[in-house]
Structure formats: structure tokens, C-alpha cells
Design a protein. Structure first.
Lengths: 434, 347
């Protein structure tokens, strides 16, 4: 071989290496680009989802109010002259005085126009009037100016969700109602306020009166029962399996079953709840107690699995040292291992509870998917939970429920984000690395 | 830690134990049809506000599911009232009476089932025969009477009827578990099927076969199961102007700016036409009361009277604003009177 051919070969070799390097760099860039594309796609979807929910739902937190002047005729409100709250509540015809004042003001003619006129005001208007009069009985005989809720249709009109330019037959608000609405707007009788009712009243079939509080209280009781049942049982199981149980076929079988349960569809737990808690133990239908028990079964595997992982992460040296100093095995666990594993267990519990909070399917079977107006007073009262309320609103025909649905989702998301964030915080704050 | 655990466990046991005792109920429990649900809930809400009784709890379980729970027996854990978007079946009635249940029947009003499409395209006029030919699993060959039954070859509406547009058949409707679907199959599909004399003749020979042919919906994608949520169907129609949707009249009423009801057999689905029963695809809505519970559970009779009241179901009642279609005057009077006396249902 000559020097010349050698140098040619080396040049070739170099060229080959350079070529392959370029190729590898290109493929690395491609790989990174795929990753960026995947993440941006996911982020885009999330932004789209949350954007839709917020743009549909932000208006659920405001409510349109209308100012009306009502002549409180003695004959209608206190025909026998007594003005104590009880008599007013029983005998006062507040609806009639409201109708008469409104008909006089807007000069509506005939029953159909009267119906259309009254349809602009929420059915809660007469209660607002009644409460006002009960507080101020001395105003009977005079004229009062009070703010009442607008009906859902007018509320939607004020929020710009009803298109005025469509022909009359294509909208829920009629021409004559638009005329009255414009008249009220000109007299500054329309106002938008924060929708407090959304946070303190129960469900209603009138969108403007529907509130979320019943569902929030229901979820609270349900989660309380779930926590009380699932947490101690889950932790005890995890501790026993990890610290005391012998490793044999039987405990392996249990472990497989627990992992399996974590993947069972939630509706199966609902069927179990129906068969065992309702039909066999005869517990009440639609009660947070039963809902909590069903969700506890669902949450148990999550708590056990995360609990065992947390216990496993505690180094054996801690146990050995405690044993070496003469602690009993129970003392080792309760004094040393469990406190060290607690942050991990709590994280798992919170994540499990967040999962349970968003669950509807198992509750369908035990009757918690129901129309319930009264705010539940305890875990055995009939109630719904937050996600069920969202589902029920999404299924209602009235247009006003669209924003309530999204508003409800926003509240649920806030709860979930708070729970998951606190799980992350707990982990960051108390986590120890060995 | 140990103490906390013990306390928590004790607490759990106390909660579970305390609820074990049967609790006397002071709240009316109602189950049943998802079609009657939007009306019954309005009555219940008003009843809760206006009376001294608690607001009844209403579950939407579907007509069949409701009657199953209702007929399961007597006692506080069974419902007091069930709503139904069809009449109680003979078999259900027998099961109920076998369990010692005395039933009173109430008809509330009518509900129209509409076919609708997006306002972005034109209004469609169909006959029930067209509906059958477009959606049935098996149709007579050549879409003509006397033809051999073949798998539905019709791809576009024009294939079904030359007067209809050449648009692919795509209908979004509720799943078989829904009462709306049952009624649609019975009234629209079977109604069209009967127009073929040879298919109608099968009814006398073999009822099962007749039902399978007349109510069998095609499974090749022209009919799309769109779920129980009618709002979702409306949204999908908006996105796809060529599709038709099947849902209850109240959803059409609330979404007039987005969708229009198709004309069926020359009749537009309007309030007046459904009320006068000119519109062919409409059904009656019922509820059934467990008479044995009246007097045991407070408020049942009062709730029935609040429902069977001109203020609710009358021509100017508040349920009419919610999309209920009222009964003819004589029939309404009969049921309003029945609300006071609760007569036994005999079948």
C-alpha cells in the first residue's frame, strides 16, 4: 500500500464518520421536534378545553336583576289588616300585586301578553317581594321599588347569548318582550350582579334560581364518609401487608387482587353498592352515606398501593436501628416507619379522593343522580354530588343551563386543582430522601 | 397516630351502624322516565316551596327502570311514584299487583318526538314511509310494496323518495334504552312500515317477526346512536347541516335559533299540531302512584293534586311553558278529578 491510497482511505473514513454524525444529529433533532409537537398538541387541547369551559361558564357567576315598582294594595296583601309575618306568608297575594303593578306599568293587553310579561321575571320575584314586605310591613299601602331576578331568557338576552336579529319564531324572547326590555334598559332598571344564589341555594329547574350549594354539601358528606372508611382501612392494610404479612402465595394473591381492583371500572362498584348496601343492608337510597361507602371501596386500592410504596421507601436501617434499641415491631411501625411514610400515604389518599370526587357512574346505581332541591343536613339525607349536578344540568333543555354546566365544571376544577396541588405541596414539603 | 387511627375506625363504625336502622321517610320519592323528569321536577320544586312538605326527590331512571323499582314491593325503601313515557305494560301491572301494590294512573299530557336539522340547510318534509325506508334494517326491494325484503340499500334521501334532496342519510338519535327511541320506533318506523300491506299482514301471523322488521333500525352507520343527551344531538346537528336528529319537542322549542323541525306526513311539529294530535309522532306521558303509601308517607296525595292541577297542566299552566303539550279538556278534567279520589287502575 502506498501513502496516497492510505490518505484516500482516511479521508473516506472521515467523510463517513462526518456523514453518520450529521445523520445522528438530524435524527436527534427530529426526535426532539416530535416531543415538542406532542406536548404542544396536548397543551393546545387543554387550552381549548379550559377556554371553552370558561367562555361558556364565566357568565354563570353573574345574574341579571330588574327593578320593579310594586303598589302594595292592602286588599291583596293584608286583607284583614294583620301584618305579622305568619299572616302575610299565608294570606298575602304577592303574585297578584306584582302582576297588577307590572301590567299597569307596561300596559300589556290580554292574557297572552300578560303571560309574556310575567315570563320576563323569575318565578322567585314574588318571594323577593314577600320577604321585602315582611321586613317592612309599614310600607303596605304604598309603592315600593325593589330589585327582582330576571327570568333566564332575559338573563341570556342581557348576556348577549340570544340573537335579537333572528326572526321572532326563532328565539325564545318575543318582539314585545324585547320592546319591554328596551324600555326597562332606557329607565336603567336592568343591572347585572354577582350571582350569590349559585353558591348558597340548591338545585332548581329554573336556571336563574339553580344553585350549586346542595351538590357541594352532598360531595362534602360523601367525601367525609369515604375518607373515614377508606383511610384507616387502607393504611392498616398497607402496613400489615408491607410490615407484618409473610410473603407467600396467599399474600401474592391478595396483592394481585388489590392491583386488579384499582383497574375495575367504577360502575361495577355501583352495582355492588346496589346489591349489598341498598338491597341487603337496606340503607337509604340517594344518601351520601352509601355513596361514600361505594367510593371508599373504589378509593381503597389507590390508598393501599400508594401506602405500600411509601412504606417500602423507608430504608430498612430505620427499622433495624429501632429493633436494635429494643422497640417491639408495632412500636417500630407506629413510632418510626409510619410517620416517615405518612407524606407519601397522604399524597396517595388525596389523589384517590380527587378521583372519587369526580366520579358519577357508581352513584347512578345507588340513586344519587336525582333532582334534589333541599340542602342535605347529614349523610343520610338524599343528595347529589358535584359531578352529578353538572351531568343533570348538561341534560336540561333550558338554554340557561349551558352556562350553569360550565360554571359548575369550573367549581369542580378548582376543587380538583386545590386537592392535587396540596398533594404535590405535601410531597415536596415532607418528602425525605435517603 | 395510633389513637387517631382508633378514633377514625370507631367513627366509621358509628356512622355505618347509625344508618343501619330503617329510617322513616318524610320525603316523597319519585323515579322513572327521563322525558317526564323535566316536568315532574318543576312540579316538585314548586310543591316544596308552596307546601309545608319537603321537596320530593326525583330520579331519572327511564320508564322501564322506574316501573321495575316501583313494582318491587311496598315499604319506605321503594318509590312512591313512578313516571313513564308510555303506559304500564300488562306484565308490569301483574308484577305490581302480585306484590300487593295498588296503583292509580295519571296522564299528564303529550310529548312530540321531532326530527330536526340545522337551520343552515332547508326544512325537510318526510312521510313516515320515507322514515321507515331510510332507517329500517330490511326494506322491500325497490322500495315498492310486494318486493322481497333486502338489506336496506338506500344511501341518500333521494333513493328513498325522488322529491327529497340527494343528501346521504344520517340520523342522530337516542340509544335503545331510551323511551324516546321506543316511541320513535313504534310511532314513526312502524307507522311507515304499516303502509306496506304485505308487511302489515305479517303482524297477524308472527308478531315477533313483524316487530323485528318494522322496528328494526339499520346498523350500517346511517343511524347514529348519539347518546341520551338531547342537547348533545342539537350541538351535533349544528356542526353537520346534512344530518337529522331525533329528540323531544321541548328541545326543539328551546333551540329554535339553531334547528328546525321536519314536517312529518305534511304536519309541522308545532305546539298546536301536537296538542290536537294531528302530528303523528307524539305519545302520552303518565305517572303511577302507589296508593298503599298514601297516608304512610306525608305529601303524596298533595303532590298528586299539585301536579293534576290546571295551574300546572292546564292550557295556561306553568308546565306548558316548559314544553308540555296539554290534554284535551275532557280528558284533563277526568284526571284532575282522579287526583282527588285516586281510583284503582284496572287492566
Amino acid at each position: 500500500m502506498t501513502d496516497a491510497s492510505d490518505s484516500v482511505m482516511i479521508a473516506n473514513q472521515k467523510e463517513k464518520v462526518r456523514e453518520s454524525l450529521r445523520k445522528r444529529l438530524r435524527s436527534e433533532r427530529r426526535f426532539r421536534a416530535y416531543g415538542v409537537v406532542a406536548i404542544s398538541f396536548a397543551v393546545l387541547m387543554l387550552v381549548f378545553l379550559i377556554g371553552t369551559i370558561i367562555s361558556n361558564g364565566y357568565s354563570a357567576f353573574s345574574q341579571t336583576w330588574l327593578k320593579v315598582d310594586v303598589t302594595l294594595e292592602k286588599d291583596l296583601i293584608a286583607p284583614d289588616g294583620r301584618t305579622d309575618p305568619k299572616t302575610l306568608r299565608e294570606n298575602g297575594d304577592f303574585r297578584a300585586s306584582l302582576i297588577e303593578s307590572l301590567v299597569a306599568k307596561f300596559k300589556s293587553r290580554g292574557r297572552e301578553e300578560e303571560r309574556l310579561l310575567m315570563a320576563m321575571f323569575s318565578t322567585s320575584a314574588e318571594q323577593t317581594l314577600q320577604e321585602h314586605v315582611i321586613r317592612n310591613p309599614n310600607e303596605i299601602g304604598g309603592t315600593v321599588s325593589i330589585w327582582v331576578r330576571a327570568s333566564s331568557d332575559i338573563d341570556q338576552l342581557y348576556k348577549g347569548r340570544i340573537n335579537r336579529d333572528l326572526p321572532q319564531t326563532s328565539r325564545t324572547v318575543k318582539d314585545i318582550q324585547l320592546r319591554w326590555y328596551d324600555l326597562m334598559a332606557a329607565e336603567r332598571r336592568i343591572d347585572s350582579r354577582f350571582n350569590k344564589g349559585f353558591f348558597y341555594s340548591g338545585d332548581s329547574r329554573e336556571p336563574e334560581q339553580a344553585g350549586f350549594w346542595g351538590a357541594i354539601v352532598g360531595s362534602f358528606f360523601t367525601m367525609l364518609v369515604t375518607l373515614i372508611l377508606a383511610f384507616p382501612v387502607g393504611v392498616a392494610t398497607a402496613v400489615y401487608l408491607e410490615e407484618f404479612a409473610p410473603k407467600n402465595r396467599f399474600t401474592d394473591l391478595i396483592e394481585v387482587n388489590i392491583n386488579n381492583l384499582a383497574a375495575v371500572p367504577s360502575i361495577v362498584f355501583g352495582l355492588l353498592g346496589l346489591a349489598v348496601f341498598l338491597n341487603f343492608f337496606e340503607l337509604p337510597r340517594s344518601a351520601p352515606l352509601v355513596g361514600g361507602m361505594v367510593l371508599a371501596l373504589m378509593t381503597l386500592p389507590t390508598i393501599i398501593i400508594s401506602g405500600r410504596a411509601a412504606l417500602k421507601a423507608v430504608p430498612p436501617s430505620v427499622r433495624e436501628a429501632a429493633l436494635g434499641l429494643g422497640a417491639s415491631r408495632v412500636q417500630v411501625v407506629t413510632h418510626h416507619v409510619l410517620p416517615l411514610a405518612m407524606p407519601g400515604i397522604l399524597t396517595g389518599t388525596i389523589i384517590g379522593m380527587a378521583q372519587a370526587l369526580g366520579e358519577t357512574a357508581p352513584l347512578l346505581m345507588i340513586g344519587m343522580v336525582a333532582f334534589i332541591v333541599d340542602i342535605p343536613g347529614g349523610p343520610t339525607d338524599a343528595s347529589t354530588v358535584i359531578p352529578v349536578q353538572i351531568y343533570l344540568w348538561a341534560d336540561s333543555p333550558e338554554r340557561g343551563f349551558v352556562e350553569k354546566t360550565s360554571g359548575g365544571i369550573m367549581v369542580l376544577l378548582i376543587f380538583l386543582v386545590t386537592m392535587n396541588a396540596s398533594a404535590v405541596y405535601l410531597r415536596k414539603k415532607f418528602e425525605r430522601r435517603w | 397516630m395510633k389513637k387517631t387511627l382508633t378514633f377514625a375506625t370507631l367513627g366509621a363504625l358509628a356512622v355505618a351502624g347509625g344508618a343501619g336502622q330503617a329510617v322513616a321517610r318524610d320525603q316523597v320519592r319519585i323515579v322513572g322516565s327521563s322525558t317526564v323528569y323535566p316536568f315532574a321536577t318543576v312540579v316538585a320544586e314548586r310543591f316544596g316551596k308552596d307546601s309545608k312538605f319537603k321537596t320530593p326527590v326525583i330520579e331519572s331512571t327511564g320508564s322501564g327502570g322506574g316501573l321495575k323499582l316501583f313494582c318491587a314491593g311496598l315499604g319506605v325503601k321503594t318509590p312512591d311514584i313512578t313516571n313513564a313515557s308510555r303506559r304500564i305494560k300488562k306484565s308490569e301491572y301483574t308484577k305490581c299487583t302480585k306484590n300487593g301494590i295498588k296503583i292509580a294512573e295519571f296522564k299528564v299530557g303529550y310529548d312530540g318526538i321531532v326530527m330536526a336539522n340545522s337551520k343552515k340547510s332547508g326544512r325537510i318534509s318526510l312521510s313516515r314511509k320515507d322514515i321507515f325506508l331510510a332507517l329500517a334494517k330490511l326494506v322491500p326491494e325497490g322500495n315498492k310494496a310486494g318486493g322481497k325484503l333486502v338489506a336496506n340499500p338506500n344511501r341518500t334521501w333521494k333513493d328513498v323518495n325522488p322529491n327529497l334532496p340527494a343528501v346521504a342519510i344520517k340520523v342522530l338519535g337516542p340509544p335503545p334504552t331510551s323511551g324516546t327511541r321506543d316511541a320513535f320506533n313504534e310511532l314513526a318506523m312502524e307507522g311507515g312500515c304499516k303502509k306496506f300491506p304485505e308487511l302489515k299482514a305479517i303482524k297477524k301471523q308472527n308478531k315477533k317477526k313483524y316487530r323485528a322488521i318494522c322496528r328494526g333500525v339499520r346498523e350500517d352507520g346511517a343511524w347514529v346512536e348519539a347518546g341520551e343527551n338531547d342537547n348533545l344531538i342539537v350541538q351535533k346537528l349544528e356542526a353537520d347541516p346534512n344530518a337529522l336528529g331525533v329528540f323531544g319537542f321541548s328541545f326543539l322549542d328551546q333551540n329554535r335559533d339553531k334547528v328546525q323541525g321536519s314536517v312529518v306526513d305534511g304536519v309541522e311539529p308545532t305546539f298546536a299540531n301536537i296538542s290536537s294530535q294531528k302530528y303523528p309522532v307524539s305519545r302520552s306521558l303518565f305517572f303511577y302512584v302507589k296508593k298503599n303509601h298514601v297516608g304512610q308517607i306525608p305529601g303524596i296525595q298533595e303532590y298528586v293534586q299539585a301536579f293534576m292541577n290546571r295551574r300546572a297542566i292546564g292550557k295556561r299552566g306553568y308546565l306548558i311553558d316548559k314544553g308540555l303539550i296539554p290534554l284535551p279538556t275532557a280528558e284533563m278534567k277526568k284526571y284532575i278529578d282522579a287526583g282527588k279520589s285516586l281510583p284503582d287502575l284496572k287492566m
